[in-house]
Design a protein around this ligand. Structure first.
Ligand SMILES: [Zn+2]
Length: 249
């Protein structure tokens, strides 16, 4: 699926369209729990080990712990993409900001308020925003490794914009982002930056099942991300074979 459709640099209009599509809902989901929390400053990541202490969510993960792990994931993503860009003679500009939010409309992307229960990359402002309570809920339910997937997927959208990749259908963009998230995690595991604990791969499978499209949704519909099976396939293709498997060209 992740077919690429050229490498033209998008004009302002194309950028806006991407923003609207992407902001339309990257993850979705029906989790709704946790307590409000103010956005904190973002820090550079240190080597992290998702699931090193506990492989399964036990309902005791705090918002602070989540934010720390999320910061680690961001730092690792910045380093990862900086190196990949450098490998191909390019300079990588890290995504400008990562913004937690708690209320619907609290953060806007291209003039549109972001809904709750979601995580998005907004190309209009070059930032990632996530509903912190929803994310912590997913973290508690699915497990701590899943946040690396969540961040990896959204970060991949920022990379797609930087590469100027164009798509005919949302699903191509989304499955490619899943593949890139897999490559980001897999490559960092191979390099020893991340250590997966037993059960972490199952967490990814479980999490991907939860974010798959309804089987009745047409693949070509705007906003389609792929079925659970397609998303899982794309993620593990990247996880096992790195970026070569993701059709970045
Ligand atoms: Zn997405």
């Amino acid at each position: 699926m992740g077919e690429k459709a050229g490498r033209r640099r998008p004009g302002p209009l194309a950028g806006l369209l991407v923003a609207v599509v992407v902001a339309a809902g990257c993850m979705g989901g029906g989790l709704d729990q946790g307590e409000p929390e103010q956005p904190g400053p973002r820090q550079s990541g240190q080597p992290a080990s998702p699931g090193a202490d506990s492989t399964r969510a036990d309902g005791t993960t705090s918002v602070a712990e989540f934010k720390q792990d999320f910061s680690d994931a961001v730092g690792i993503a910045e380093r990862y993409w900086t190196e990949r860009f450098r490998d191909s003679g390019k300079q990588f500009q890290p995504i400008r900001r990562v913004v937690p939010y708690t209320r619907s409309g609290e953060v806007s992307c291209g003039g549109e308020g972001l809904p709750r229960n979601n995580a998005v990359y907004c190309s209009a402002g070059d930032f990632i925003a996530y509903d912190v309570n929803w994310s912590v809920g997913a973290f508690r339910q699915v497990g701590d490794a899943f946040l690396f997937y969540l961040l990896g997927h959204e970060y991949a959208h920022g990379v797609q914009v930087r590469l100027g990749i164009r798509y005919n259908f949302t699903i191509q963009q989304e499955l490619q982002a899943d593949c890139m998230a897999g490559a980001y995690i897999g490559d960092n595991v191979r390099s020893g930056t991340l250590t997966l604990a037993e059960g972490d791969l199952d967490e990814f499978r479980e999490g991907l099942l939860a974010v798959g499209d309804d089987p009745d949704q047409p693949w070509f519909a705007e906003g389609s991300h792929g079925t659970a099976e397609q998303r899982t396939d794309s993620f593990f293709r990247g996880y096992e074979n790195s970026l070569d498997a993701c059709g970045l060209g």
